[in-house]
Design a protein around this ligand. Structure first.
Ligand code: SF4
Ligand code: SF4
Length: 78
């Protein structure tokens, strides 16, 4: 089960692929589609393996991607 996910803001992306290169589990890939500026934007190619670490967000020079962790499920009683 995925521990996190990403939010991409395509209008800010310039397709540099830093996020793809620096993602530790290598779960990002540049989409074949273009944004309005003509750049390929990242997408989660393997969403189940995203940890939500936000390294992609830390390396993005344009604040175009942001990783976040899902809340931990509450412990079950009993
Ligand atoms: S949040 Fe972490 S694991 Fe998920 S895509 Fe970004 S760098 Fe990769
Ligand atoms: S999201 Fe940021 S780091 Fe990733 S390709 Fe776009 S501009 Fe580059």
């Amino acid at each position: 089960m995925a521990k996190g996910s990403v939010i991409v803001r395509p209008e800010r992306c310039k397709g540099c692929a830093f996020c793809v290169e620096f993602c530790p589990p290598r779960v990002l890939a540049l989409s074949p589609a273009f944004n309005a500026k003509g750049y390929h934007v990242p997408e989660l190619a393997d969403p189940e393996k995203c940890t939500g670490c936000d390294l992609c967000g830390m390396y993005c020079p344009d604040f175009a991607i942001h990783g976040f962790r899902f809340p931990k499920p509450a412990p079950t009683a009993g």
